[in-house]
Design a protein around this ligand. Structure first.
Ligand code: NAD
Length: 522
């Protein structure tokens, strides 16, 4: 069974192995509910990060394909927006059921293409599925408001879809991020063009197949591929009304400004450097397990990875225990039993991570645990970096100022909670942060004064569930955080309000003279 031929039909499983694929097949694109081979001239090779064996080739969609995807989504829009919200809800119920049935298959595709462990990949799918489940509440959240604003006069609001919208996704959550977009964009009546990461589009392709099976009409969900060129097409196409982006700052800031300049709504979640403040009164065991899991899980390739700890006071004495716990983690192919973390995404990423570790050494930090040069016996050719802990870090060092996006934890020391808060607030990123303490007042002071979008109190990765919204801060979100993903703000992003004011009594009223003063309705 080969993954990509399976995609075009009705596979129910996906091979859970890093074995070499004898005849890798090209990734198709998806338009009008059909997988089609691309006519692309340029292709991007996709390798299994655990072996560097070729898995598939991903097309750089041609201009004709991109235009066709937009035309398809545009054609589908009038009928889909006029489909009742109850009918759209039924499609979403089916979609939710199918994602659950195909959970293992989606996760296996993620492990093969992205590298994270199978258990972690299942979490990737689940966190996206929960957004789809929340989207089933559309009849409730699509309700408008009504007020009798004056005698015989009422104002009503209608929540309407925008039209064709697009989503540009990162490599690190191949199912979750497409699922932040597909359910809410479509259940609110929009049609969607999805561009998965060119580094791991397999899960998105399975989601497209499931969208078709769930009953989405042709053109409501289309998938195109590529990198910069596809993104530019999306940003410039006048038919596309809104763009959802998740990824790094370089791409995201560009996408936000070009998309906004073209008059589109843009929501853009960007990079991070998430800090934990560790207080001496905390539960040490809970702190160590939490930070080791949150720093090294997914090989540190999560935007909410807890990549920086600020050890307050004597907690710096706990670092050797932290290192011992990190050293116990098993680094291995993601399908292997007991693997705690897999490889990083590419040889270039490994090289970059290693050079940041080397820069820390050069700048005078201590490499307490060094994961460079590690290779699991069975997979000598993968992109491996073992858990690495850098201590005695100062805020000027490159390992602190840059997002490393690998299994590397940097540790700084301060004497007081106030110093910890000041340090964290000075960092230009503000995605997430956590505090470890047993003291309510300490946690409350931290919560009130910290400049980060998501705060965990004894919770290492405080990613909100979909009844809330993903609320980054500072450089971690474009546009001052006005447009956040999922929850009520996610619905607001994909819809616009129309307000209607009616005065039925006037239909039969007769007056002698026109009233030219500004109506005040008071
Ligand atoms: P990336 O920015 O390299 O790529 C994201 C998307 O943008 C991809 O689809 C890619 O094709 C496209 N892209 C890349 N470079 C581009 C360019 N110059 N012009 C136009 N488009 C371009 O990000 P990535 O490496 O795939 O993902 C990792 C990054 O994403 C990290 O910085 C991480 O913190 C961030 N991230 C943030 C969140 C969040 O919610 N804040 C969530 C997940 C990931």
């Amino acid at each position: 069974l080969r993954p990509y031929s399976a995609l075009a039909s009705t596979a129910t499983s996906f091979p859970q192995t890093h074995d070499k694929i004898t005849r890798p097949e090209d990734t198709p694109w998806f338009i009008d509910n059909e997988f089609r081979p691309s006519q692309a001239e340029s292709w991007i090779d996709l390798h299994d990060p655990a072996t560097n064996n070729l898995v598939t080739r991903v097309p750089q969609s041609t201009d004709a394909e991109l235009k066709a995807a937009v035309a398809s989504a545009q054609k589908a829009f009038p009928k889909w927006r006029n489909t009742s919200v109850l009918a759209r809800q039924q499609v979403m119920f089916k979609f939710v059921g199918l994602v659950r049935e195909n959970w293992d298959r989606l996760a296996a595709s993620i492990t093969l293409e992205q590298g994270k462990t199978f258990a972690d990949a299942k979490g990737d799918v689940l966190r996206g599925l929960q957004v789809a489940e929340a989207a089933c509440a559309a009849p409730e959240f699509m309700k408008g408001e009504l007020l009798e604003v004056a005698r015989d006069m009422e104002t009503r609001t209608y929540r309407e879809p925008l039209g064709v919208v697009a989503a540009i996704c990162p490599f690190n959550f191949p199912a979750m991020i497409p699922l932040w977009c597909i359910p809410i964009a479509t259940v609110t009546g929009n049609t969607l063009i999805l561009k998965p990461s060119e580094r791991d589009p397999g899960a998105a392709m399975i989601l497209a197949e499931l969208a078709k099976k769930a009953g989405f009409p042709d053109g409501v969900v289309n998938v195109v591929h590529g990198a910069h060129k596809t993104v530019d097409f999306i940003l410039d196409a006048p038919e596309i009304k809104a763009v959802s982006f998740v990824g790094g700052n370089k791409a995201g800031e560009y996408i936000f400004s070009r998309g906004s300049a073209n008059g589109k709504r843009v929501q853009a979640n960007l990079g991070a450097k998430n800090h934990a403040a560790v207080l001496p009164d905390c539960n040490k065991n809970h702190f160590i397990n939490s930070v080791v899991g949150a720093a090294f899980g997914a090989a540190g390739q999560r935007c909410m990875a807890l990549s920086t700890v600020v050890m307050v006071g004597e907690t710096k004495e706990w670092l050797p225990e932290l290192a011992a716990s990190a050293q116990n983690l098993q680094v291995n192919g993601g399908f292997e039993q007991g693997a705690d973390l897999g490889p990083v995404i590419s040889p270039q990423s490994k090289e970059r991570i290693e050079s940041l570790i080397a820069s820390a050494e050069k700048e005078g930090a201590t490499i307490l645990l060094d994961g460079r040069g590690f290779k699991p016996e069975k997979y000598p050719n993968g992109n491996w970096v073992g858990p690495t802990i850098i201590t005695n870090v100062t805020p000027q060092m490159k390992c602190y100022t840059e997002e490393i996006f690998g299994p590397v934890l940097v540790c700084l020391n301060v004497d007081t909670l106030d110093e910890a808060i000041e340090l964290i607030n000075k960092n230009e990123y503000g995605n997430g942060t956590a505090i470890f303490t047993r003291s309510g007042p300490t946690a409350e002071a931290f919560r009130r004064n910290i400049e980060a979008g998501q705060v965990g109190i004894n919770v290492p990765i405080p990613v909100p569930l979909p009844m809330f919204s993903f609320t980054g801060n500072k450089k971690s979100i474009a546009g001052g955080g006005a447009n956040t993903f999922y929850g009520r703000p996610g619905v607001n992003f994909y819809t616009q309000l129309k307000t209607v004011t009616a005065m039925w009594a006037s239909a039969d009223a007769i007056s002698k003279k026109a009233d030219v003063a500004m109506p005040t309705q008071s």
